[in-house]
Design a protein around this ligand. Structure first.
Ligand SMILES: [Fe+2]
Length: 276
């Protein structure tokens, strides 16, 4: 798959809290991922730091505000800004979420689930095709965590598979989201992952969550990755074969040195499956 010619091994979500420290340590992530929305209009010193990272590492963009599941038309001003950004920094990999995050042009600053219906899968597929044509890039779509099923005609994995098949998009498989949803909605996370073929999956996300009770987990991205999620990552790599894996940490971010310790654990797992 062409993604592997750009990103390989284990990556780390780029945050401004440690962007200045990246070059200070011997351990360097294999690649970085960041939200384009955080950098499109950035200037000054932080922009210089960002450009140094872009010059020295493979990168992937992971968007937040495309809102592909909104009933309203795509925001063409945003798409144009995004395309200019991706073209300027020569970034080929762009992923988003199977969700909606805006209503009537207003950003909701969160990702909300869509109804799992054939009609919605086909509606999203058409929008994905448009975005792919416009950006001249293959879109990668992530399975989100959610706390309420809006309406269900298909199982979530079958819903996603239909979108991938109809649009040609690839999946960003977030194994933490699979785990969180499997507990909150009572399904088998291993069966969920088994649904997808290696051909369908571009890369993998892993992150931490907070367990509030036996059957309620909140997807915080603010804790260390739990052993249950590492187990699911190992299973996914065994099932799918070699895939790039990204450690996300968006809240409660520890000192960079401490984050690198967790990153090293992720990289060891990824490398152990690359040798298989
Ligand atoms: Fe994710």
């Amino acid at each position: 798959m062409w993604f592997n010619e750009i990103i390989n091994g284990a990556g780390l979500g780029l945050r401004t809290s440690f962007i200045e420290e990246i070059f200070e340590y011997d351990v360097k992530p294999d690649w970085f991922e960041f939200a384009p929305e955080n950098w499109i209009r950035k200037g000054g010193y932080l922009k210089e730091c960002f450009e140094k990272v872009r010059e020295n590492f493979p990168v992937a963009c992971h968007g937040l505000s495309l809102s592909i599941g909104s009933p309203e038309p795509l925001n063409m001003d945003f798409l144009k800004e995004l395309k200019d950004f991706l073209d300027f920094y020569e970034i080929e990999i762009y992923s988003e979420h199977i969700s909606f995050s805006s209503v009537e042009g207003k950003n909701l600053y969160d990702l909300f689930p869509v109804p799992f219906t054939v009609k919605m899968a086909d509606f999203i597929s058409d929008k994905v095709c448009y975005v792919q044509d416009y950006l001249k890039r293959e879109l990668i779509l992530e399975n989100i965590s959610y706390y309420q099923v809006i309406y269900k005609e298909l199982d979530e994995n079958e819903f996603i598979k239909r979108i991938l098949e109809k649009s040609g998009a690839k999946l960003l498989l977030d194994v933490n989201n699979v785990y969180v949803n499997s507990v909150n909605h009572g399904y088998d996370p291993f069966d969920y992952i088994r649904t997808f073929s290696s051909e369908e999956v571009a890369y993998i996300h892993i992150a931490g969550h907070e367990k509030l009770s036996e059957n309620l987990i909140i997807d915080t991205h603010g804790e260390r990755v739990t052993e249950n999620v590492f187990e699911l990552l190992r299973f996914a790599l065994k099932h799918l074969g070699k895939k790039p894996v990204l450690l996300e940490r968006d809240n409660n971010i520890p000192p960079y040195k401490e984050l690198l310790e967790e990153y090293k654990k992720v990289r060891e797992i990824v490398q152990s499956y690359e040798r298989v």
